[in-house]
Design a protein around this ligand. Structure first.
Ligand SMILES: Cc1cc2nc3c(=O)[nH]c(=O)nc-3n(C[C@H](O)[C@H](O)[C@H](O)COP(=O)(O)OP(=O)(O)OC[C@H]3O[C@@H](n4cnc5c(N)ncnc54)[C@H](O)[C@@H]3O)c2cc1C
Length: 228
């Protein structure tokens, strides 16, 4: 079923990420971590559907999307940059493989953090953040989405790694097996780990992390993932 929703507000949260808030159709239901196929209700764009995650919670009175834009691709995210309050989006099928299955380590690359935004907001609302940890990989500090919110919610369990910039207090480089061993494994070396690992990011990052997790002997059943 498709729902046409009006944009209530649209603003930048980083230099290339938009926060779009829309009306919420009463009959639309989803779980924290899920996404929907979205298109723009404008001539020539209605059928150009792209998946975006709900970063609002199901009980909010509005829908929120947190969307990284790629102007050079001249696709949907570039077109979103031209939208204003009262323009419309079409929200179609709801889907998504990422849902909270218990405590663990969340590993995100760039906009891959969006399913974790709603999962952490949900846990925070229920007072169940516990010792969940977020390892967030970005190019530069300016690319970190909702840095302050994650700091407030997760404290020392929010770990940033920047590939293209050296900043004091932030790890530098790519996510490596050593880094995963240090931050993710709970058992002795070689024993793997017994908690969930949630991974979401661009396909090359996902491939690298999955290989590293296999080397660390992480039980594939504990890996919850989605490629963006
Ligand atoms: C389940 C799911 C949920 C998602 N949720 C979110 C979310 O909440 N927020 C978010 O920001 N993103 C999310 N994404 C990613 C998002 O769907 C894509 O970023 C989006 O579809 C890009 O749309 P686009 O039309 O701008 O570009 P595309 O459709 O990716 O590209 C348009 C054209 O640009 C060219 N192109 C494609 N890739 C590249 C490239 N790497 N370099 C150069 N040119 C290229 C191709 O010619 C392509 O046809 C999600 C993805 C999935 C699978």
């Amino acid at each position: 079923m498709e729902h046409t929703v009006k944009i209530k507000s649209i603003e930048h949260v980083t230099h290339d990420v938009l926060r779009i808030v829309t009306e919420k159709p009463p009959s639309l239901s989803f779980k924290p971590g899920q996404a929907a196929d979205i298109s723009i209700n404008k001539v020539n764009w209605q059928t150009e559907k792209r998946p975006f995650t709900f970063t609002s919670l199901p009980n909010y009175t509005y829908l929120e999307f947190t969307i990284k834009t790629y102007p050079s691709r001249k696709g949907v995210t570039n077109e979103l940059l031209k939208l204003k309050k009262h323009d419309e989006l079409i929200v179609a099928d709801v889907f998504g493989d990422i849902a909270y299955k218990g405590k663990g380590v969340f590993i995100a690359g760039g906009a891959g953090v969006t399913p974790f935004i709603s999962i952490f907001r949900d846990l925070h609302a229920k007072n169940e953040i516990g010792d969940n940890k977020l390892l967030f990989a970005n190019k530069t500090k300016a690319d970190i989405i909702l840095e302050q919110e994650f700091k407030n919610t997760l404290g020392k369990n929010f770990i940033n790694i920047l590939s293209d910039e050296k900043v004091e207090g932030y790890l530098h480089g790519f996510i490596t097996e050593d880094l995963l061993r240090a931050h993710v494994t709970t058992g002795a070396p070689g024993q793997g780990m017994g908690r969930n690992v949630y991974v979401c990011g661009p396909p090359p990052m996902m491939e690298a992390i999955e290989k590293q997790l296999a080397n660390l002997k992480v039980d594939p059943k504990l890996i919850i993932k989605e490629a963006f």
